[in-house]
Every structure is written in C-alpha cells, then in structure tokens.
Design a protein around this ligand. Structure first.
Ligand SMILES: [Fe+2]
Ligand SMILES: [Fe+2]
Length: 480
C-alpha cells in the first residue's frame, strides 16, 4: 500500500530521446572541455607520475562535472532537446577557452554572468546555477586569474542573475538586470577589493592589472546588454522558450489569435474559458502557468481552416455535418483541426513546446458522437478511424489542457442552480473517463494532482456561476 501511495505521488519522469550522434557530439565536447581545462597541468617539465595522476584527477573531475550539469538540466527540463544541451555545453567550452585566452585582460565576471543569464532564461535557474558552479570551479589557472574576494563576488552576482533570470517575465526587467548587476559588482568590488588595499595580496593583481574596477563593471554591463539583444537569436536557433517570448506569444493582438477571434468567435470564447480553467489548475499543482496560458490560446487554431464545422461557431445555423451525412468524413474534419493547427504553428514559427499542445490536447480521444452515428448506420468500421491520431499528453500542462477542454462545454452548459456537488461530479466523471481511456498515462500527473485539478475546475465553475447570476436592479438603475 505504502509503495503504491508513494508511486502515485512521485511522478516518473519520461526519459529524453536523444540520438546516438547527438550523444556522441555532446560527449566529445565534454572531453574537449576537460582537456582544455586541465592540459596546463601536463606542461610541467620534468613530468613525473604524480603530475600525471593529478592531471588525470582534474580531467575526470571536469568530465564528471559536465555529466552532472547535463543530468541537472535534464531533471529541470524533462523535454530539453539535444540542441539545448549542446548550447549549455558549448557555452561552458567557450568560457573555458576565453578564460585561457583572455584571463589576464578580462574580468571573470564578464565571462560567466552573461552565459548564466542565457541559460537561466532558456533552461531555468537550477541549470544556470549548476552551470555557474562548474564554470567557476573548473578554472584552468586559479592562482593567477582569480582571488578569493573576486571569486565570492562572481558567485554572488552570477547566482543572483541565475535566480532572477529564470523568473524574469519581460525584456524591460532584463534591461534593469543588466543595469543593476554591474552596479552591484562595482560597489562590491570597490568595498571588498579596491578600497581595502591593506588586504591586497599578489593574487589581487588581476583586478589592479585591468586598470580599475569601473572599466570591469562597464564591460560587464556592455556584454550583458549585448547578450540581452542576442537572446531572440538564441531563442530561434536553439528553440529556447523564455518567459518574455511566452508572454509575447500570449498577446491577443498576435495575427493568428486576432484571426481566431474574428473568424471563429465561438472557438475564441471557448479558448478564453479554457485558459481560465487551465491556469487555475496549473497554479494549484505548481506547474508552468505562462506555458499553459500560451499553449491554451493556440490549442484550437486549426479550427480556422473550417470554423463553421465546429459546433461552437454554428450560432444556430445549419450544421454542415448533417448535410454531409458521412461520419467517417466528419471524423476527418475533426482530425484536420489538429493537422491544420500544426501547419499554422509551423507557418507562424511557434515554439515546439507550444505546438505540442495542438495534438496532445486531443490525444487519442474517441470522437464518440460520430462513432455512434457510424454504428447507427450499421457501418462496419474500426474504432481506430474515430480516434484522434495523438500522441497522448506528454506533460502535465498538456494533460491539464485536455481535461480543461473536456470539462469546458459541460461546465458552460450546466444549470445555474446546480450545486457544487453536482459540478464536481460532472468534472470527476469527465476526468475519470480520460484516465480510464489511458489518455493521462504519459503525463506524469499523480493522483494527488488530479484531485487538485478537480478542485481548481470547481473553483472556476463557481466563478462562472457567480458571473451568470443577475444582480437585482432597482427602479433607479445605477450600474455603479
Ligand atoms: Fe481541439
Ligand atoms: Fe478546444
């Protein structure tokens, strides 16, 4: 019992599928990083066995550290692609090379903080922190290049950037960061190193050799600014999905969303309600709210290919499915809203994580109404033709969207006088049918989380009901 309870509470992460060639390239890059970071230990003459052993130790340490970095990034982002892992490793390689080539002229702050910003924005704070610790510790030549005070400042500044970078929601906040971090580094360097000359040792030469700490901080500000400007390029090359990009995509003035509101107003209304349901449920389970809000907005854009074939846009007029009178063709039209949606996503360069919402919100659900019609017509047809092509939801967010999609119409149609118990029962029945059908098998949703999702949907239903209750009006109607 205890085992089953624990299994239901701890979701099993899906392994990431990375091709052998990609794995090989990543492994070779890690070896290159280890060689670059440790080869100086072999340049001593005469070389004895102790030196070789210490080199081997450093080499292995860096190789293992790179492996840990990849492991952490996969843990934080189960859907991370090989391109993104390659970005993390290449940035590490670039920093190690820069340290060797420019250690005597450029402050380590300017080398480590900007990549940390890119990683925290694209892959999250924990990956960025892991990257910072490895990039800082495997310093090829620690004695000449860095001193304790500077090392401390570097760790504090890069940790702040890593932690804030993962949460920043707009480009304006990024600009603020590129302004305040250099100021913070300047002040702390001035207090800890520049001012207290008594504590200066030979190791502090690095900072003094650069002239002054002001030029260091200025360089940091310039490099950070340049990094912020180049983040959109990283977004498109490496498929990074930053918070700022998500919020940009969630703008309802985006041409595709604008088209949806004009050409398929019913679908647009349905989308907005689903956004509300999905957002509340994701907040309850601690998922990615910005991701689901944007994903929900685009989940049914495929209906633009034939808006009036979907009931929410029919407005009481004729149903084309009745005229068609062919359940198999009707099922094809329904499947087309997924296929066309994916085409729209490609045309509009939607990130993969957003495009995933399009097929996964339908999973392999059965188009029950048309299947029933086919059966009524005594058509000898396989159920397979009346199921969406999938895949079933592969993340908690896409699974929540599927559940919200299923509950939306039922909640909207529910009687205004229905009790909370009745609403919860309807929600539970819909969710249970999806669960029983195996649609949530790959989503990693635990039983506890499904319970929370039901409560969240109920809360939204209560809000909808409240909105629909008409306020009593008096003779002197004042709508204040
Ligand atoms: Fe749909
Ligand atoms: Fe939908």
């Amino acid at each position: 019992m205890f085992y089953l309870w624990r299994r239901s509470q701890v979701p099993v992460k899906q392994p990431i599928k990375i091709s052998r060639i990609d794995n090989l390239i990543i492994f070779l890059t890690c070896i290159l990083i280890s060689i670059i970071s440790s080869y100086k230990l072999l340049l001593i003459s005469p070389l004895n066995s102790e030196d070789i052993f210490s080199w081997l130790l450093t080499f292995t340490e860096i190789l293992i550290s790179s492996g840990v970095l990849i492991f952490v990034s996969k843990k934080e982002n189960p859907t991370i692609s090989s391109r993104q892992i390659f970005l993390i490793i290449t940035l590490l390689l670039a920093v190690q090379v820069m340290k060797l080539a420019l250690a005597s002229t450029i402050s380590p702050l300017s080398m480590i903080i900007p990549p940390a910003l890119i990683i925290s924005q694209g892959m999250g704070s924990i990956t960025a922190l892991a990257w910072v610790s490895i990039a800082s510790f495997s310093w090829p030549d620690p004695a000449n290049a860095i001193n304790n005070n500077l090392f401390f400042i570097l760790l504090v500044c890069s940790s702040v950037v890593s932690l804030l970078g993962g949460r920043i929601r707009s480009r304006a906040q990024l600009l603020q960061l590129s302004f305040f971090v250099p100021i913070g580094s300047f002040l702390s360097q001035w207090i800890l190193i520049g001012k207290d000359k008594i504590s200066l040792t030979n190791k502090q030469d690095f900072v003094l050799a650069n002239g002054d700490i002001f030029s260091d901080s200025l360089l940091l500000a310039i490099v950070m600014l340049f990094t912020i400007l180049s983040i959109p390029i990283f977004e498109s090359i490496f498929g990074l999905l930053t918070k700022a990009r998500l919020l940009e995509l969630a703008d309802k003035e985006k041409p595709l969303i604008r088209r949806l509101s004009l050409e398929a107003p019913g679908t647009f209304e349905h989308t907005l309600l689903i956004c509300g349901l999905a957002e509340e449920a994701t907040r309850m389970i601690g998922g990615d709210i910005d991701l689901i809000k944007t994903g929900a907005l685009y989940h049914d854009v495929g209906k633009l290919h034939a808006p009036n074939w979907f009931i929410e846009n029919q407005d009481g007029s004729k149903n084309p499915h009745d005229e068609l009178d062919d359940p198999i063709k009707s099922a094809e039209v329904l499947q087309a809203h997924v296929d066309e949606g994916l085409k729209f996503a490609r045309k509009n360069r939607l990130p993969k994580l957003i495009a995933n919402f399009i097929p996964e919100h339908q999973g392999t659900l059965k188009m029950g109404y048309f299947f029933q019609k086919a059966k009524e017509k005594n058509l000898d047809i396989n159920e397979y033709y009346f199921r969406y092509k999938g895949p079933i939801p592969q993340s908690k967010e896409t699974a929540i969207l599927m559940l919200a999609d299923g509950c939306e119409a039922a909640l909207r149609a529910m009687n205004i006088n229905a009790s909370d118990k009745e609403a919860l029962e309807t929600i539970s029945n819909i969710i249970y049918s999806r669960q029983k059908d195996g649609q949530l098998d790959d989503s990693n949703l635990s039983k506890g989380e499904i319970f929370l999702i039901k409560r969240a949907f109920l809360n939204v239903w209560k809000r909808i009901r409240h909105r629909r209750i008409q306020y009593p009006t008096t003779k002197n109607n004042t709508f204040s």
